[in-house]
Design a protein around this ligand. Structure first.
Ligand SMILES: Nc1ncnc2c1ncn2[C@@H]1O[C@H](COP(=O)(O)OP(=O)(O)OP(=O)(O)O)[C@@H](O)[C@H]1O
Length: 341
């Protein structure tokens, strides 16, 4: 079964359920949900305590009876019931008006490239439980390329690197189709964990995840990058509070392994492309998108490693759902694009 642009135009909502953010785009309205895909649950009663940003703020600060859960891991819905409850709470009554005019709700959902049939089934079930009568699945790389404004329908190569919280997806597209693509299980979360592990191994310091974000600022290559910064955490041996001065080279070293995995994936995609398409990319280069594209220095690290021009898309987070929204609203030139199913 294939999904055409005509079928997508009949959909009312576009949905992107990521490991970090849940986004819902209502046709002819815009983004109605752009919140962390997090829920806080009271284990004693099973009731939802908070969702989205409020739930995310509770991470690591809850009493024993409250659990903060992420129903989506690596772009895969691992807890359908919780994902439905979270989405229902996030959407609230924002869909009720659309529902009145379109009693048969059709939804289009981004799914990671190469996702397993079971993962696709979980996505369909989640949306069906929310009242969608029909769910169309679209490869998130195609949706993101459209959302970045790339000329995907042309017989020329475009290369997109979409880096999210849990995964980085790389693809070369031409004529509306994916020529070669790879999903690498490395995103901002993995980079953060690599830095946390590095500090533990080399400085015997355990730091909370929010302490990692200022460290990444040191990777910026615009000359304004900070050379060193003080991080606060707990001494791994004594358990006492301690501060350590960390320099940018330490952070660069910590993210080298996950970054190399992304580069291997990128090379593998280029190897599988015909030379004519790779030649197109010498000028056009790579478009970097996804929330992690905003990580300081990621573009310059990719540029240095590949020797190709790298540009960060405008508003890179949410490109996929915006691209899907454009398809729903018919703002995309007709093309024979490769759907997921
Ligand atoms: N300004 C910023 N600087 C650095 N990182 C950022 C910034 N804004 C968002 N991020 C990171 O981007 C990630 C979220 O990106 P995105 O919304 O594309 O992910 P997702 O679609 O939920 O994840 P995935 O595609 O892996 O399922 C988070 O890990 C977040 O820390």
């Amino acid at each position: 079964m294939t999904v055409s642009l005509d079928q997508l135009r009949r959909c009312t909502v576009a949905v992107d359920l990521g490991a970090s953010k849940a986004r819902v785009y209502l046709k002819n309205t815009g983004l109605i949900v752009d919140e962390p895909s997090v829920a806080a649950v009271d284990c004693r009663t099973g009731s939802l305590v908070a969702v989205g940003t409020d739930a995310e703020h509770m991470t690591g600060r809850t009493p024993e009876h409250i659990r903060v859960v992420r129903p989506i891991t690596g772009g895969i819905i691992v807890n359908i019931d919780m994902a439905q409850r979270m989405l229902r709470a996030l959407i609230g009554d924002k869909l009720s008006k659309a529902w009145r005019f379109k009693p048969v709700l059709r939804a289009a959902v981004c799914v990671p490239h190469g996702s397993e049939p079971l993962a696709q089934r979980a996505t369909i079930e989640t949306l069906a439980g929310l009242g969608a009568r029909r769910v169309e699945l679209v490869d998130s790389l195609i949706a993101a390329a459209v959302g970045c404004g790339l000329p995907v329908e042309k017989p020329e190569a475009t290369m997109i690197v979409m880096s999210g919280a849990a995964t980085t997806q790389v693809a070369v597209l031409s004529l509306g189709s994916i020529v070669a693509a790879e999903t690498i299980p490395v995103g901002r979360d993995v980079m953060d964990r690599a830095v946390i592990q590095h500090l533990r191994n080399h400085h015997a310091l355990m730091i909370p995840s929010q302490e990692v974000h200022p460290l990444h600022q040191m990777l910026g290559a615009d000359g304004t990058a900070i050379r060193s910064t003080e991080v606060h955490g707990r001494d791994a041996a004594s358990g006492m509070a301690r501060s350590v001065l960390i320099d940018s080279e330490s952070v660069r070293l910590a993210v080298r392994t996950p970054l190399n995995a992304v580069l291997d994936g990128l090379r593998s995609v280029l190897h599988r492309c015909p030379p004519d398409l790779v030649a197109d990319l010498a000028d056009r280069g790579i478009t970097l998108t996804g929330g992690s594209a905003l990580m300081p220095g990621l573009d310059s690290m990719l540029r240095a490693a590949t020797g190709m021009p790298v540009s960060v898309a405008d508003n890179p987070d949410g490109c996929a759902v915006r691209g899907l929204g454009a398809m729903l609203e018919g703002r995309v030139r007709p093309m024979a694009f490769d759907p997921v199913r």
